[in-house]
Ligand binder design. Structure first.
Ligand SMILES: Nc1ncnc2c1ncn2[C@@H]1O[C@H](COP(=O)(O)OP(=O)(O)O)[C@@H](O)[C@H]1O
Ligand SMILES: CCCC(=O)OP(=O)(O)O
Length: 358
């Protein structure tokens, strides 16, 4: 059987990652971390396009890796129209929706844009896998309480699916026949209910509801938010940036880095401890509420994402959800690079046909 080389590109809220795969085997992974000041100097996420693309090209050039040595490029899929889970060929229409911010602004929008430019430059296909707008929500979960507003699915679909499948393998269960609650604790936080192979309910990890996160507001009291919108103090763009990139830990403590927060706590900062504990409290509360979606019949709860490396928050969450009496698995970090490469390989090897974005 043919062997395939895949370049995976993942622009995240706080990092740009790239990885080289030969079939399923990872040959290289490069992670470039970005500070808050560095990224805010660009003004908007779209303005980071050339900078992040150059980081990818420079990382390859430094290692004498030619773009033409790849069979495909795969990028993290951003905010698109609601989609089924799967691998999508990146089309002009997809790039247009991402760059015009039709469905919102997030660093992952740059994944497909950069992947397509690199793929096109050497005439190889480019794909996204399980974009953040994968939507498998059930009908009940779509109600917001206001007919003009529908709850949306915007979450860490790629990693959530990947770790839920990993949990089902480890527990000897079928993903399609089990129920999992997955809490992805990254720059944004999503708590997804995976029921019988679909994410039937999840909080909107970017603009919407749920726990506050290292840099996002999560649910805020809507009346107060409306007052802020009409206070004359902020433009729409400023408030959206505030909600999605300047709130949460960053808003309260001036850092989105959990390690820096732990240092503050260790140095005796009681306010930092209160804020960090409040985040754990909201995450645990969201997990508890999520168990209701499947009438409490949960096979396992999974904590994942960068914050799952940090023992203080993991323990605080654990303490609060222990009474549910459900196995808790902790998978720190993410499997996104591997999940992207595997999605592209399934298409290259013709096990699956790439979906079309319409
Ligand atoms: N090894 C670690 N120990 C403690 N906290 C970590 C670690 N790695 C990441 N984090 C924290 O996780 C949060 C971001 O999660 P991450 O998944 O890395 O971000 P992103 O969603 O941008 O990829 C940050 O608050 C960061 O400080
Ligand atoms: C838009 C949802 C995905 C998300 O929040 O990703 P990050 O945590 O990487 O910002």
């Amino acid at each position: 059987m043919n062997r395939y080389r895949v370049l995976a590109i993942n622009p995240g809220a706080t990092s740009t990652k790239l990885a080289v795969f030969e079939d399923e085997s990872k040959q290289l992974e490069v992670v470039v971390r970005h500070g808050v000041e560095e990224l805010s100097s660009f003004g908007s996420i779209m303005n980071q396009h050339i900078y992040r693309k150059k980081l990818v090209l420079d990382s390859l050039a430094k290692r004498n890796i030619e773009l033409s040595s790849f069979d495909a490029v795969v990028g993290r899929g951003g905010l698109l129209k609601p989609l089924q889970s799967g691998t999508y060929l990146i089309s002009e229409e997809m790039v247009e929706d991402l760059s015009s911010l039709k469905y919102g602004e997030h660093a992952s929008n740059l994944g497909a844009i950069i992947a397509k430019e690199l793929g096109d430059s050497v005439n190889i296909p480019s794909y996204v896998v399980d974009p953040v707008s994968v939507d498998e929500m059930n009908l009940l979960s779509r109600f917001s309480g206001m007919p003009e507003i529908q709850r949306k699915s915007a979450f860490h679909a790629l990693n959530q699916k990947s770790v839920a499948k990993r949990a089902s393998m480890e527990l000897g269960l079928f993903y399609e026949k089990s129920n999992f609650i997955v809490a992805h604790l990254g720059s944004g936080i999503s708590v997804g209910v995976h029921s019988m192979g679909s994410v039937v309910d999840v909080n909107d990890a970017l603009y919407g509801d749920g726990p506050f996160s290292p840099e996002r507001a999560g649910s805020v009291p809507p009346g107060e938010l409306i007052r802020l919108c009409f206070s004359g103090k902020y433009t729409e763009a400023e408030l959206l940036a505030k909600l999605t990139r300047e709130s949460g830990l960053l808003g309260y403590l001036n850092t989105n880095d959990a390690r820096a927060v732990v240092k503050l706590i260790d140095s005796g900062d009681r306010y930092a401890e209160l804020v960090y504990k409040a985040m754990a409290y909201q995450i645990a509360k969201q997990i508890g509420a999520s168990s209701i979606v499947v009438y409490g019949m949960v096979n396992a709860i999974v904590l994942t994402g960068g914050l799952a490396h940090e023992p203080m928050i993991v323990n605080w969450i654990k303490e609060r959800i222990e009474f549910l009496n459900v196995p808790l698995l902790v998978y720190p970090g993410e499997d996104e690079m591997k999940a992207m490469a595997e999605g592209a390989l399934r298409v290259l090897k013709k096990f699956e046909t790439a979906k079309t974005y319409r």
